[in-house]
Every structure is written in structure tokens, then in C-alpha cells.
Write a protein that binds this ligand. Sequence first.
Ligand code: SF4
Length: 424
Amino acid sequence: MAMPNMLSAPKPDKLRALGIVALNGMFDDMDAVGVLRYAATEVLPGDLAVVSSFGADSAVLLHVVAQVDPSIPVFFLETGKHFAETLEYVETLKRHLGLINVSAVLPDPSDLARFDPDGTLWETDPDSCCHIRKTEPLEPITARFGGWVTGRKRFQTAERGVLPHFELTSDDRIKVNPLAYFSDADVNQYKIDHGLPEHKLFAKGYKSIGCAPCTSAVAEGEDPRAGRWRGLNKKECGIHFDFNGAIANPMNPPAAPQTLFKDGAFIADPFSPWSEGDDPALARYKHVPLPVFVANRAAFLANPHPLGLLVVPGDKVEDAADDLGRFASVAVLFPAFTDGRGYSTARMVAERYRFAGEIRAVGDVLQDQIPLMRRCGINALVVTHEPTRQALVENRLPEVDIFYQPVGQGEIPVGTRPYLRRVS
Ligand code: SF4
């Protein structure tokens, strides 16, 4: 499957200027193809994509997509846990509908090796399983596009009863819901009218189809989604961008700005700080202070959930050197602009211990420090300083090409011959 290489940042001004409410008024009576065609040609040309589960209802939305433009990118979350029938259905629909831009989005193999080595995380911690198999792989993809097409419909849940055709999300992207006004009967009629192939499990009672371990058939009259995570207090997969869950209400005030900058965009941060009272054996998505980790090492190593490590000036990262592979993220604190100890810590983690996961800078992260942080192996930033946030969004960072303390390969220190001082 091809993976498109289109990089596209959100365009807040453009999206706001569109007036989402006005757009919704325009399309209340328009058919699904008309809604999507307008979105794809007038609102976000070349900047619109689809995430599809290739489940029981997916054929209708994908047929609408194929009518408008079969080259619109379609992303399939290949969690590694799908039914064989679903993988077969991906190929069936691609062929039948003529979709030419379907890509599989795969989990990070190092995350799987670290957090789900035997493939049973779904049993003990389905939220974390969904996070490493769906949410994390999808985040860098969502950052590329200004708009997303979903297959959600008003009839599906009470909350979706007011679902509009267009939504503005809190991170300034547009969600397009061409099927918002479809009833259950409309969906079935559409499949018949257009001769769409069914998922093979649909006839066996699977009305909503996700990963095999977390999906069961439903009885006649049961909620179609009752077979998802049956018996667990879990209804949605927790994808940050919310393809399946709550409606992004453009009338709500925007949520607090996201502060984690990674892979070229501000994204949702799955981690939160360690709190007093957190349980070393059960905590998840916490940055554990290094002394707390050292004092409770056995419990943390037995903890199956994703965790991060927080290293502050004065901590000895050597004390956790043998266990760095247990962490998904190492947060290095820069308490003040004038305190450079974080650079040495980051270099040690990246270069000496060859930590391959996320190394994030936290604390006083300012624009002028960022090139130096990146040289030291930092690949994620938590930024609250507004001018620095703007500089990152607009890709305006100072260039540094003369180094007093060269790192890695190819940097020439000040004091050598002038013509060698610049990085090649
Ligand atoms: S649906 Fe189940 S198997 Fe699939 S990612 Fe979520 S918890 Fe894991």
C-alpha cells in the first residue's frame, strides 16, 4: 500500500474564515456526494483524507469518496489484530470502488516489543493497546491534513443526534460528515442501490467490526456497537482526533492549546506529570521522576503500561541506564534558560545509551534553545511560551551552524580554520 508524502500543516485562519456554521446551513439539504465534493474541491482541495475501519458500514462512505475522487487518501489502521475477513474486505473494496490511494497505518514495532511483546495487552489494558496500535500511529498522519472525512451518522448515538456536516475541531481542522443525516434504513438502501459488497462477518451478526479480540456478534435488537469491548466499560478506541467519538462543537470555546510539539506539529500529549499517590504498579502515561523510579524499580518494571522518565538537573541518569528501554519517553527538564545541564543529559540518553524513543524537553523551552536541543537528540518539546509556539508553527527558528562543543558527526568547532566552521 502506498503512503503519501504530503505534508500539510493546519490552516487556522483559513478554516475559521470559512464560517463552519454558514457551511452547515448551505448543506442541510445536500446529498452526501454533494457535501464531500464541495469539501474536496472548494474547501480543502488536496488537503482532505479519510480514516476507515473497513468495517460493516465502511462501504457507503468509501463509495461516496470514490464518486468524488478515488485518489483521496484513505488510511486503514492496521492494528495487527483484525479479522482475516476485514483484511480481505480492504482488498475487495479497493478493487470494487477503484480506490487508488489506500494506505495502511501500522503500530511502531518498538512500541509493540516494549509494551505488548506477547500480543495480549488488549486483555489487561485495552486503552493502552488502542493507544499504541491506533492513537499513536495515527497522530503524525492527522497532522498532515487540514480536513478529515468521517462516516458518523446522527442516528448512531444520542450524542450524535446533532451531528452537522462540517465541524471545526479544537486543533483547527475540519471534519466532514457526509453521512450525518443518513438513517439506518438509508445506509441499507444505499448499499442495495449501489450493489456494495458486504463484510463477510456482517451476515454472522457482526454489526460493528473492530479488532478481532474486542469484537463479538450482537443479538437481534441489540445496539450494533454492543459487541465492541463487550463487558468492558469502553465504547470508543480513544483516538485523539475523534473519528468515532464526540462531536467537535464549533460553538464551544477552544480547548487549552496543545503544548507537545513533535514531528512538526502540536499534538495531544498522552503523558501527564507524576502525582503523589500514583501507584508504581498501576500508573500509566506518567513521567516518573528518576528518584521515584529508582526507589520503586521492581514495581515499575512489572507495570505493563506505557511510562516515561523525568530527569531533572542533579539526577544521575546513569542510575536508570539499564532500564531506559522500559520507557516510551524521557523528559529532560530545562529549569531556566541559563541552565545547560539538560543538554548533557539529553546527549547521554541519546548517544551513550542509544535511547531510541521520545526525548522531550520540558520546562523553560524557548525559541533560541531549540536548535541546540535538537542537536542533543531531543525530538519532542513541551512549549508554553507563546512566541516560541508561534515560531514553531511558522517554522521560524534561528539557524546555528557554528559550534563551540560539536556533537555527533560533521560539526566543526570554533577555532579551527574558518572555512571549516560551517556544517556541510
Ligand atoms: S480494539 Fe482491542 S485489539 Fe484493537 S487496538 Fe483496541 S484493545 Fe487492542
